[in-house]
Design a binder for this molecule. Structure first.
Ligand code: ADP
Ligand code: MG
Length: 739
């Protein structure tokens, strides 16, 4: 008998070359191999009498080899093996190419199965290049059954894998099932030993489906367990209790420059309640772009500051960090009831502090760091990179910022924050009390329910469902090439009315860049080129009379001294900076801003009324949705123009989805259907098994696995009584990375 942990190298009869190929697939042990699942099956179950064959059919026949010959074709280099096979009902010709060795196995007089395609030539049927297998010695594995087809890889055919797996499965030691028996029974799932056999060599399609169902269940169940346990572990940590006085809160709200929407109030309340607890908050604040998430988060930060807790407020880009800083300024300014918190902005290019009453000062970064460490600065706004640093940073500068009393971490546009990153940030801030900060992430990307209940299952969620009053619906149109002139006319018309326009240029996908070392930089260059070209076209040919500017990732963030205008004349002078271009646009000095997608167009310009997205089929739905949210922020009717050159059905269906979606959640569900969960889980490989990825589209399965995981942990939180499951879970966790 063979144990699962046996290295394949210890088994007899596996060639060294084979082992190398298997290793490339990550297959080194018996266990790895039996968990390498087929992607589909060929149905060669039925053995056909030769006389019943029909052209075009995939079929298995069984018969005796009458003759077999090898000959060289008149075509250069092609070797043809030709055999005649008979059964009780007739005779058929079989042809193989370039496999002369077949002759050594299929000797005249032997019986064999042949599975393959029935073809017709000159009115005569023949089998073309079938899989074959001698009848007798062992159970069939390539023919006359459901035949597993594995993911194709160089040097390792499905046939090769079948050849290996079948004898192993026959002799493998049965293992205890790590899934609890109660769960298997309740959901009518086969046990692991049965399922492993059936997934490779099912007797019936039904058996294959049941085995698949078990492994889908298993993967999602493990994912659920993993997230729930993470949530439980976090709940054991301690965070500073930040209490809010309700009377004071009411006063603050009444002095805000605008009334909060109902769901902003509800979200803020949920956050306040969390902050009062001793367990660290781990909450996601979700809401469309412009729905007022930043305002809610800023209020939470101000309330924390009143209680002496510091807040780290992180944005993915400098532009966004600067915008948040501005939002905080605008929000805190008029509120007298709140001792204005001392807010600092810290990006790669600048360090600035906002004291009370619009008193603002630039300072050296080192000095600011000291003030943060001493606790003088209460809220720090900056980029992820600067505040959280790198987990295993070598230099001091790349390490997380040191805080005196970090109580709240806010992360914008990132669904989750690494556990490790959080630990590193906290470790540096550790006020010797071993407290973890509360954690709030914000995202405009709506998450489909299935993902909310799985991958994001460890987060609590607050949702802002409405936009502040007075916002107009954004008219969204798909613009095919023949309607481009009309789109430009609309843009011109809006500019004449005094509005402003964004043009986002396509993200250029170059798969060959994926593996190069500086793929990001390479891509930046290509994307930049597309912006420059578009800028040239718009500023010289289409709108020579309007003020056009461009913004791309290779421009410097900001200049030391006075920066020149990013406008038509300034941009080409090479002096324009991201900051100057943005500022000019915000101040209404430019009409049309042409920009890359690499830069988050993280601007809040209520006067902008048109968002034109070039090559829109190249963006994900979620991203398109984000772009669209950049307009319609003021009182004006706004437009989103999705230009496309693509005629493919899928691309156009996706664009149609964004046009038709009533809200972000509907869009998210469609996106999940069209593109699968990968889109939501980021660019990185998640390490999630295929079955889990597909399971993420199945709400019923998601619910069932969650209920099962909750039940199991309810009985046995540490899995102390289920050592096999605990071990399996540890193994599973090593393979996934969802942060
Ligand atoms: P988000 O972070 O969700 O994109 P913000 O908080 O940045 O949204 O808000 C977008 C704009 O709307 C900002 O200018 C903000 O000051 C404003 N705003 C936020 N909440 C309200 C509200 N309840 N009423 C009116 N304006 C609001
Ligand atoms: Mg925002």
């Amino acid at each position: 008998m063979i144990a699962q942990n046996t290295p394949l190298a210890c088994l007899e009869g596996i060639g060294a070359r084979f082992l190398v190929h298997l290793k490339r697939l990550g297959i080194e042990t018996v266990k790895d191999l039996v968990f390498h699942f087929p992607v589909r099956y060929e149905d060669f179950t039925q053995i056909y009498p030769i006389s019943d064959l029909e052209p075009g059919q995939q079929a298995t026949i069984q018969g005796e080899i009458e003759e077999i010959d090898v000959r060289r074709s008149w075509r250069r280099g092609v070797v043809i093996v030709e055999a005649t096979v008979t059964d009780e009902t007739g005779r058929i010709r079989i042809v193989w190419f370039n496999q002369p060795y077949i002759k050594n196995t299929l000797r005249p007089g032997r019986r064999a199965n042949f599975s393959g395609k029935v073809s017709l030539s000159d009115g005569e049927l023949y089998l073309s290049h079938p899989t074959y297998e001698l009848v007798g010695a062992h159970e069939t594995r390539h023919t006359a059954r459901l035949v597993p087809i594995y993911p194709e890889t160089h040097g390792l055919t499905s046939k090769g894998i079948r050849y290996l797996v079948q004898p192993i499965l026959k002799n493998i030691v049965s293992v205890d099932d790590y899934l609890p028996k109660t769960i298997l029974d309740e959901h009518h799932l086969p046990n692991i030993n049965e399922a492993l056999r059936a997934i490779h060599f099912p007797d019936t399609i039904d058996a294959a489906l049941q085995a698949k169902a078990r492994f889908s269940f298993e993967d999602l169940f493990l994912l659920q367990l993993s997230n729930l346990r993470q949530k439980m572990a976090l709940a054991k940590e301690r965070a500073p209790q930040i209490k809010t006085d309700i009377g004071h809160l009411k006063q603050v709200l009444s002095e805000l420059p605008f009334p909060l929407t109902l769901s902003q109030k509800r979200s803020l309340w949920e956050i306040i309640k969390d902050l009062e607890r001793r367990e660290p908050m781990n909450r996601l604040l979700q809401g469309d772009v412009g729905s007022g998430k930043t305002a809610v988060a800023a209020l939470a930060a101000a309330l924390a500051a009143i209680r002496g807790a510091q807040t780290a407020f992180m944005a993915p880009t400098e532009v966004l960090a600067r915008q948040h800083f501005a939002t905080l300024k605008k929000l805190f300014g008029p509120v007298k009831a709140m001792n204005q918190p001392i807010v600092a902005l810290m990006t790669a290019s600048e360090a600035r502090v906002l004291y009370a009453d619009d008193l603002e000062a630039s300072m050296k970064k080192e000095e600011l760091k000291k003030k943060i460490a001493s606790g003088e600065i209460q809220i720090v706004v900056g980029t992820h990179a600067l505040i959280a640093g790198k987990v295993r940073a070598k230099t001091a500068a790349a390490k997380p910022l040191a805080f005196k009393n970090l109580g709240l971490v806010i992360v914008d546009e990132q669904h989750r924050f690494g556990v490790e990153q959080r630990a590193a940030l906290t470790a540096r801030a550790k006020s010797a009390r071993g407290l973890l900060p509360h954690f709030l992430s914000m995202s405009a990307t709506p998450i489909p329910r299935t993902l909310m209940l799985t991958v994001f299952g460890d987060l609590d969620i607050s949702i802002i469902t409405e936009l502040p009053a007075g916002r107009k619906n954004i008219e969204t149109r798909v613009v095919p090439p023949e309607e481009r002139a009309g789109a430009y006319a609309l843009i011109r018309n809006e500019v004449l009315k005094g509005r402003q326009v964004f043009v986002v240029c396509p993200r250029i996908e170059r798969p060959d860049l994926l593996n190069t070392k500086n793929a990001y930089l390479e891509k930046l260059k290509i994307d930049t080129k597309s912006v420059i070209e578009e800028y040239e076209k718009l500023s010289t040919k289409i709108f020579p009379d309007l003020r056009v500017a461009m913004l791309h990732g290779q421009m410097p963030a900001s200049a030391k001294g006075r920066s020149s205008s990013g406008g038509k004349n300034g941009a080409s002078s090479g002096k324009a900076t991201k900051e100057s271009v943005m500022k000019d646009f915000e101040d209404g000095k430019t009409d049309i801003l042409v920009s890359t997608s690499v830069i988050e167009v993280g601007v809040d310009v209520p006067n902008a009324s048109v968002m034109m997205i070039e090559g829109s089929e190249r963006f994900g739905l979620a991203q398109l949705y984000q772009f669209r949210g950049r307009v319609g922020r003021g009182e004006y009717q706004s437009y989103c123009l999705l230009t496309t050159e693509s005629k493919t059905k899928n691309a156009n269906e996706r664009l149609k989805a964004i046009v038709e979606a009533k809200n972000g959640f509907e869009l998210a569900e469609r996106d999940l259907k069209l593109r699968g969960p990968g889109e939501f889980l980021g660019d990185k490989q998640t390490g999630l098994p295929d079955y889990a990825m597909r399971g993420l589209q199945d709400l019923e399965l998601v619910r069932a696995t969650r209920a099962a995981a909750v039940a199991v942990l309810g009985r046995d939180a540490d899995l102390a009584h289920s050592p096999a499951l605990k071990a399996k879970l540890a193994e599973f966790r090593k393979t996934i990375h969802l942060e």
